[in-house]
Each structure stands twice: as C-alpha cells, then as structure tokens.
Ligand binder design. Structure first.
Ligand SMILES: NC(=O)c1ccc[n+]([C@@H]2O[C@H](COP(=O)([O-])OP(=O)(O)OC[C@H]3O[C@@H](n4cnc5c(N)ncnc54)[C@H](O)[C@@H]3O)[C@@H](O)[C@H]2O)c1
Length: 414
C-alpha cells in the first residue's frame, strides 16, 4: 500500500510525510524538485530553521523512528512522462498534492514570475489528474487549495457550494471565486480542473481550502534534524513570521494599509492533523469533496498586537509603523467562513495561537543571526499595482539564469 506526497520537501509536505510514515505501516513516497529552496534564495531569503537535504531528512526520520518506509524521489512534476511513470509504478491509493509555487508576492513580481507560477501550478495538477485517470482511477487525490481562492466576499464562505435565491427561484451554485494574486488565480484554475475531471471521469478528490498556516513545529518533528522550513522574508514569509522577523531585525512591526484586512488562520499542527484525517476518511469513489479549514480569523493589526504582547516578555518593545499596502485588497470587509466538514469527521484543533506564536518567536530568536543576515529581504518589495520595474536589478540575475528560459520553454511545450 502506497501513499504519495507531492511537494514533500516543503513547509507542510515534510511534516506531513513524517506523520504519515511514522503513524502508518505503509510505503510513503515523497516527490519534490526542491524548487522552493532556490526561489526563496532568489529573493534574498532563506529558512530561519536550518533544514537538511532530502537524503539526510530521510535518514533522520529512520534514526528517530526506527522505520524505513519513507522514500524520497527528486523530480519535476510538470514533466508528464515522469508523473505518468510514477503513478504507473506505485499505483498509490492516496496522493497528497502540495507541489506548487505558493507565494502570492512571488507571483506578482513580473510577467515571468506570474507565468512560472501559473504554468507550474496548473501543470503539476493536470499531470496528476491525467496519470491517475490512466493508471489508478480510484486513487484519492487530496489537493491543497487555499482560502485565498474565495477572496473576502460579503457573504458567508460555504464549503464549495451555496444556496442562493435569484428572481424568486432557489439555486445551489458553486461559491464564486475572487482570487487576490496571480498565484491565487492558479489555484482557482486547479479547482476547476479537478471539478471538471470529476465530472467527466469521476476522479475522486478532496479539495482542501486552508487558511494561512502558521507554526514552526509539529509533535512529530521531535529533533532539529527533522526541522521543516521557516520562511520570514517579505516574499515567502507569512504575516506572523514576518512580524517577528521585523521585530528581531528592526524592532518594528510594519502594518500594511489600515491593518483591518482579515484572514483565516490555522496552525501547522492542525494542517497536518487535518490532512492525515482526510486520508484516513477519504472521499467516496467518484466524489469531489470540499473542505474549508481555518480555526481563527484575525485582522493584521490584531496579529501585530498579539506579536507585540508576546515579545514584550522577552524585553522587546517594537514600534508599529504604518506603510501603504503593497497589495491591492479590500481594506475593510466582512469575513465569515463555514468549516463544518472537518468537525463532522472528528477533527479538533490542538494548540492555541498564542502558544504557537511564542514557539515561532523563539525559533526565530534562537536563529537571529540568520534573520539579521537576511534583513534586506524582510521589507516588502513587490507591489500589486506596479510592474515592479524597480525590482529589476534585485531579481535580474536569477531571472536571466532561470526563470525566463524556463518559463518560455514550459510555455512552448504546452
Ligand atoms: N503555507 C501556507 O500558509 C498555505 C496555506 C494554504 C494553502 N497552502 C498550499 O499548500 C501547499 C504547500 O504549501 P507549502 O507552504 O508547504 O509550500 P512550499 O513551497 O514550502 O512547498 C511546496 C513544495 O512543492 C515543491 N514543488 C513546487 N513545484 C514543484 C514541481 N513542479 N515539481 C516538484 N515539486 C515541486 C517545492 O519545491 C516545495 O518543496 C501549496 O499548494 C500551497 O498553495 C499553503
């Protein structure tokens, strides 16, 4: 019995792979092309928690848990032949698909980064769907989407579908999507591609729409050799990590715009627990299931206040600095999310946000040399309403070396 994790070297994919391998007596195959490591470096960032190579990670898992059921294959999932052979060989009963470019700011840098993001994300997903149809049509695909696909509408965000009344008649319609970046648009493409594959081929899938995931540890990552990545730069870091990095590097917290923009959040532990549970309680054959996962909703200014309170215990007294919002987004809005399915399946969140935030801060503080050495990358440099020409110099080398040629060749091949 085999389970595959696409994106097994990533922030979520690595702790998920460890959890699956540790808990189940099945073969867990992780696949990754290690691209996140390179793209974070491209913008001057790095993981605050040092991470091992995939080979070393697998050895660390074996040493820690005394099992040898975790394997790692390096490869690019945009290559259909590669995906076809993988699925044909292993015929996994479950594939977790997390192998995507996941940074909204990265996708907004310029046309090459937008194209790379969309081509990479749409192709990895499409390749998986076709290979599953061909070699293993009953496989359960657990596809990682994002709450960001829905945007911040004034109505309650139901799980997948909603009941509406129009001209006196009642309808059940798919929740409209309102993505907020080229990255989020790529995730919406994926959603439609999976729904379409389900409609024509009965592909069995769970579409997991998770909020922003925060946290640096899970219960299974019991020593530093098992670390997962922890990004804190302005492009790859999520809001909580960025606040703590700003405090450590500049004793400031940068508040974008009004600071009243709300988002949904869940811890890394909860993300892994949810993904594990969804594998154990799969969608039915032929079913397309949508699961919203978030535990708390906060505005960015509420999070900044939480961060300030936590660091005050460590003698920090950061200044709030308001800056124009680099993103184009609603500055004041309602935000309400339905997330019943996981509860029905027995899911319970584990730690409070304050507990987890303190652990993140401690992880960043004990690696403060790394954070300070990458201080330039912490400031926001990507603007939604500009073509970011002023960033050209910053990104030029990397773009010339990798992305232009790669994006072009990908586009030519599709
Ligand atoms: N981190 C979050 O807050 C969050 C929230 C909601 C949804 N998600 C989604 O969860 C998934 C995983 O996110 P993450 O934070 O772990 O990101 P990550 O970048 O750390 O992990 C993604 C992994 O996929 C790999 N990858 C990308 N393209 C690939 C390709 N073509 N072939 C092989 N491997 C490839 C990367 O190298 C990386 O290791 C993504 O789909 C993301 O959109 C993340």
């Amino acid at each position: 019995m085999t389970i595959m994790v696409f994106g097994a070297d990533g922030y979520i994919g690595w702790p998920l792979s460890v959890r699956l391998a540790k808990e189940l007596n099945e073969e867990i195959i992780g696949i990754d092309n290690l691209i996140t490591r390179k793209l974070v470096e491209e913008v001057g960032g790095t993981s605050a928690l040092p991470i091992l190579t995939p080979e070393e990670r697998v050895k660390a898992y074996e040493k820690t848990y005394g099992k040898s059921n975790l394997k790692f294959i390096i490869g690019d999932l945009t290559d259909y032949e590669f995906v076809d052979k993988l699925i044909e060989k292993y015929k996994p009963h479950t594939v977790y698909h997390l192998a995507q470019q996941r940074s909204a700011p990265y996708s907004m840098i310029d046309v090459y980064h937008a194209a790379y993001t969309q081509v990479n994300n749409v192709l990895t997903n499409l390749n998986l769907i076709f290979a599953i149809k061909k070699h293993s049509p009953k496989t359960h695909i657990i596809k990682m989407g994002t709450m960001g696909e829905y945007g911040t509408p004034s109505y309650r965000i139901e799980e997948g579908w909603m009941n509406v009344q129009y001209k006196g008649k009642k309808y059940r319609i798919m929740i409209p999507r309102d993505p907020g970046s080229w990255y989020h648009v790529s995730k919406v493409f994926d959603t439609y591609n999976i729904i379409f594959a389900n409609k024509i081929w009965g592909i069995r899938a769970t579409d997991v729409q998770q909020g922003v995931v925060y946290g640096s540890r899970t219960d299974d990552l019991v020593n530093n050799e098992l670390n997962t990545r922890l990004d804190f730069d302005g492009v790859w870091g999520t809001v909580i990590n960025k606040y703590f990095a700003q405090i450590i590097a500049f004793n400031k917290i940068l508040i974008y715009g009004t600071g009243l923009m709300k988002r949904s959040f869940l811890s890394l532990q909860d993300s892994i627990d949810c993904l594990f549970l969804l594998g154990q309680k799969p969608a039915d054959e032929g079913e397309y299931r949508v699961v919203n996962q978030m535990e708390e909703i906060y505005s960015t200014i509420e999070l900044a206040k939480k961060a300030k309170k936590i660091v005050s215990k460590y003698g920090f007294d950061p200044e709030f600095v308001r800056i124009p919002d680099p993103r184009v987004e609603k500055q004041r809005h309602k935000y309400s999310v339905s997330h019943r399915t996981l509860k029905k399946l027995g899911f319970k969140p584990k730690y409070s946000m304050d507990q987890v935030m303190e652990v993140i801060f401690n992880d960043l503080l004990s690696n403060q040399e790394i954070v300070k050495a990458h201080a330039d990358a912490i400031w926001p440099r990507v603007y939604w309403d500009k073509l970011n020409e002023e960033n050209k110099q910053v990104y030029l080398n990397a773009i010339n070396k990798n992305l232009v040629s790669r994006s072009k060749s990908y586009i030519n091949n599709t």
